[in-house]
Design a protein around this ligand. Structure first.
Ligand SMILES: O=P(O)(O)OC[C@H]1O[C@@H](O)[C@H](O)[C@@H](O)[C@@H]1O
Length: 317
């Protein structure tokens, strides 16, 4: 990092940094030493480390860091589309736009900031963006790091136009894992899913936790608000909590597809698993003046798994 300057004096450290490419990043820290790094050019969370400096999000060794192009890894905001069903770029344009830091955001719930280090980002369409997506919107993203190291992303999208519009949404989350063969997901058993590898045909998941032995690209529907990703070898469990996001996308490209991706190493598929809190099956529609909110919280638990996190009665936020 060439340059570093304080943005504002918050309870926990927040710094704005520039690297050699001039990419502006925000680094959130908590007093215990956990951190999260956000790229302003893409509104993308590119790292989330625990208090021992261990990466909890995956970044490909071949990731390309350049402005206005989401790098392979971290958490990418996918909107207003997911996939490549319409004329927009794959997974939408939000990940390839310049976000600004918002100093005076619309008020959040008081609990949203309590004891947390956070940054508020804003995305608004530029004049030329309206040519290919003609909808007036304000997209606010709050990224917060709590005292316990949990990472929360809260998105608010508001229609500021006179016509309704619809969009899909996903927090495309690359979790860092020890080895894909050591990992299982709990919380998606018996759910229906759309299989992206079979033209989005609908299937029903079996009753066991999900394990991995080949490419997977599925949209699980009407999912519970808490699911868990258990990594036996690393003795770590990620809990994904969500609100306003009914679907969960699970993706691993496996070996053959990895070779077709320029910014992804051939062996990288072993070290990552994408588990996205999403709204994909049914688009969200906003009338003029309406606002939608979608949250995801990531919790990383060291050692053994605590099944209380999957209790459907637990209040997520
Ligand atoms: O290249 P991107 O935009 O990061 O997307 C990668 C993958 O993301 C997954 O979530 C999608 O379901 C896949 O179909 C897609 O290929």
């Amino acid at each position: 990092m060439g340059h570093s300057a304080a943005v504002w004096d918050h309870k926990a450290a927040i710094e704005l940094t520039k690297d050699g490419n001039g990419i502006e990043q925000v680094v959130l820290r908590n007093p215990q030493g956990a951190s999260a790094r956000i790229n302003l050019h893409e509104g993308q969370v590119i790292s989330w480390q625990n208090d021992r400096g261990e990466e909890q999000l995956f970044t490909s060794r071949k990731a390309i860091f350049k402005p206005l192009k989401a790098m392979r890894g971290g958490i990418t905001i996918c909107s207003p589309q997911f996939g490549n069903s319409c004329s927009l770029e794959q997974n939408g344009f939000a990940k390839n736009k310049i976000w600004t830091v918002e100093d005076n955001p619309l008020p959040f719930h008081p609990n949203d900031s309590h004891g947390k280090s956070f940054i508020d980002l804003l995305l608004k369409p530029a004049e030329e963006d309206l040519k290919y997506w003609p909808h007036g919107f304000e997209f606010r993203l709050r990224v917060s790091l709590a005292l316990d190291g949990n990472l929360t992303l809260k998105s608010r999208i508001r229609n500021i136009n006179v016509k309704p519009f619809s969009f899909a949404f996903a927090y495309h989350t690359y979790l860092s894992i020890s080895d894909i063969s050591e990992v299982r997901i709990e919380g998606l058993e018996t759910l229906d899913y759309l299989d992206n590898l079979s033209q989005r045909r609908r299937f029903t998941e079996q009753g066991d936790a999900i394990t991995f032995e080949s490419e997977i690209d599925r949209i699980y529907l009407s999912s519970p608000n808490c699911i868990a990703v258990l990594d036996h070898d690393r003795k770590r469990t990620y809990v994904v909590r969500k609100e306003g996001l009914p679907d969960v996308v699970v993706w691993n490209p496996w070996e053959k597809k990895s070779k077709t991706m320029a910014d992804f190493g051939t062996e990288d598929y072993k070290k990552m698993l994408c588990v996205d809190a999403a709204a994909v099956e049914k688009n969200i529609t906003l009338k003029p003046g309406e606002e939608w909110t979608g949250c995801m919280e990531l919790v990383a638990i060291a050692s053994s798994f605590c099944s209380d996190y999957l209790n459907p009665k637990l209040q997520c936020f």
